[in-house]
Design a binder for this molecule. Structure first.
Ligand code: NAD
Length: 270
């Protein structure tokens, strides 16, 4: 099979740079361009230069339309409104779109679902292969173990993170709740302080740590009397998200139109 042609929108962002490096180093794909917002200092610079690599022969453009025509798959880690616009370009050109942008609201999701009628759209708030496996395993273990096992989710992130618990911790909570056949909103215990009283059987607890430059640690603890099962994932670098996105891009190429997630890419059954 010939190389998959990849375009990167928002290519000068933190994830954009990680994506340029990942695509440039993957022999199964070829980079065919990158875009940025009009005011970006990166406009006109070589993509390799933006990512601290040798020149790659493509300059950063403010006009993404051609990029969507040239690429088989476009990677998008930008901002929600821009992602919705890109979904329309993907639908128009037939390029597949891999979306890592978070904070998508109902109106943005509607734009993605509409584009998914005509082209493959792959969207996930966490593209790490390991985290997606952790979510899957959490659901399976919660299905197997009865509520004698108390479930606690512990996460740690860098000191700059502004939301808590992390989106991934909540996704793990949802997976555990799904495994048990309960609604997370009814059993989540998101903060203990003072005299919260005894733990309620069946609750799913969350604990949040903040400090240093921790990229993201997540553990799911299943604690019964006299034994504990712990599932843990630790991220030390954002390249794991770029690696997952490129894997999703290679998977998406040639797929029929539709709205997909990382569980499809990784072949997990829900
Ligand atoms: P960032 O701010 O460093 O990068 C975003 C880039 O998008 C910037 O360079 C910005 O100029 C560019 N951009 C904005 N508007 C644009 C437009 N109209 N056209 C082209 N480019 C435009 O942020 P980041 O840390 O790289 O994160 C980007 C997004 O990816 C965030 O939503 C973040 O939460 C998400 N993220 C997702 C995952 C995942 O696994 N799904 C992992 C890390 C980050």
């Amino acid at each position: 099979m010939s190389d998959v042609r990849i375009g990167i929108v928002g290519c000068a962002g933190r994830m954009g740079v990680a994506l340029i490096r990942e695509v440039a180093n993957n022999p199964a794909c070829v980079l065919v361009g990158g875009s940025e917002r009009t005011e970006s200092d990166a406009i006109g610079r070589d993509l390799g230069d933006v990512a601290g690599l040798e020149p790659l022969g493509y300059t950063v453009t403010a006009e993404p339309k051609k990029l969507f025509v040239d690429a088989d798959v476009v990677l998008d880690f930008t901002v929600p409104a821009t992602t919705a616009d890109h979904a329309a370009l993907a639908a128009e050109s037939g390029a597949a779109l891999v979306i890592g942008t978070t904070g998508l609201e109902a109106s943005h999701m509607a734009a993605l679902e509409s584009a998914a009628q005509t082209t493959p759209i792959i969207q996930s708030a966490n593209m790490s292969l390991g985290v997606n496996l952790l979510v899957q395993l959490t659901q399976q273990v919660a299905e197997i173990l009865d509520p004698d096992f108390d479930i606690e989710i512990v996460e740690m992130h860098h000191r700059y993170k502004i939301d808590a618990p992390s989106g991934t911790a909540l996704a793990l909570g949802r997976a555990a709740a799904q495994g048990r056949g309960v609604d997370l909103d009814k059993v989540a215990d998101r903060g203990r302080d003072g005299m919260p009283g005894e733990r309620k059987r069946g609750d799913i607890g969350f604990a949040v740590l903040r400090g240093g430059n921790v990229v993201g640690d997540h553990s799911v603890v299943f604690a019964a009397d006299n034994e504990r099962v712990e599932l843990t994932h630790k991220a030390t670098d954002r390249t794991i998200f770029a690696r997952g996105a490129v894997r999703a891009a290679l998977w998406a190429h040639g797929k029929p139109p539709g709205f997909y997630g990382m569980s499809d890419v990784l072949g997990f059954e829900n």
